[in-house]
Design a protein around this ligand. Sequence first.
Ligand code: S3P
Length: 432
Amino acid sequence: MSSTTNLDYKNASLKGTITVPGDKSISHRSVMFGSIAQGKTTVSGFLLGEDCLSTIDCFRKLGVDIHVEGTNVTILSPGMDNWEEPKEVLYTGNSGTTTRLMLGILSGSNIHTVMTGDASIGKRPMRRVTDPLRLMGAKIAGRENGQFTPLAIKGTKVKAIDYTMPVASAQVKSAILLAGLRAEGTTIVREKEVSRDHTERMLQQFGAKVEVKSGVVSFEGGQLLQATHVNVPGDISSAAFFLVAGAIVPESSIVMKNVGVNPTRAGIIEVLEKMGADLLIEVDDANAAEPTASLTIQTSKLKATTIEGDIIPRLIDEIPIIALLATQAEGTTIIRDAEELKVKETDRITAVVTELQKLGANIEATEDGMIIHGSTKLHGGNLQSYGDHRIGMMSAIAALISSSPIEIDDTDCIAVSYPTFFDDLKKLMKNS
Ligand code: S3P
């Protein structure tokens, strides 16, 4: 089902305070870890986005009792070794994190499962996960030798590996570490560029011992997780849309409270600062399991920058909205080393360049990123979201600075990560 939204935001400015919804990556992991651990895990600040609801749905099918009340979730689990063999296929919807991390978890389980997702998931590469899992002894069968869903996993006794990651991907790293939970020996994952470390942090929160040293994660198999409480901070990837809106929409001033600022996720803050944005960061508790901060952004003059190398994994999901930001900055912004964008919910290099060009942006695609010449005044147009939540939200923020209305085909997909996006946007417009 799709919905077309017509956005006519001329002369809007954004003012006020919002609390963005919970972090998607951490919400997924809270349900996964709480289902692996025997007993009662409680979660606050959970993201009620469609992707995280897919994760809940999968674990319910394994016999885990999960209650959702507002953004509080209670997980009552018999423990991973007592999961039920599901009678139905596990449906992971649009969620790459659910699909890839569950492949790791289920590989070391004692049950047989079949997993599938939506049309976008059916096109996303899974060999990056099934290959290292098979090296651990996992029994996985699937289309094109395990490259695409549907995938069948026969849980088995896996063994540890020492694996050097060919791509910077927290989903791959996490799948290996989660399979390592039930593996004999020490699982070691080596990263050339450090990807988000929520799995390592949460393993420790659940009482496991994990060693992390300059890009090498080591983790002894056979450790049991202890049920606990998880506090999910606001998602910096959702905050990113309003950080950019605050920077580019005239006369704006936005405060966002309780935003997760884990350094492996906060690349967009570094980029905004380099581009000259007026951004204030007030850290709440730097020692929390996942640090948070209040972020205040105000409109400012922006200059172009180059985004490349090891910062890319720290802002990979923010590149669509950073591209829009760059259309409003003086000079040429270059984004490179970001070929991973091609295998996200859609090919985000093609989608971003095609849609921003429709609005008059001076932007070109490259093999591994894009080049944006700014600043340009944007006009309206008919845009497509490609069923990708982050492309849909980028287009909606573009409508705040376009000289004529923007129509977006299929905005329903925004509910994947930010179901209250338009409510927050309206709230900020009302205060102006
Ligand atoms: C995620 C990791 C990233 C990110 C995705 C969520 C995670 O993917 O793009 O939205 O929760 O581990 P990759 O690790 O594949 O880059």
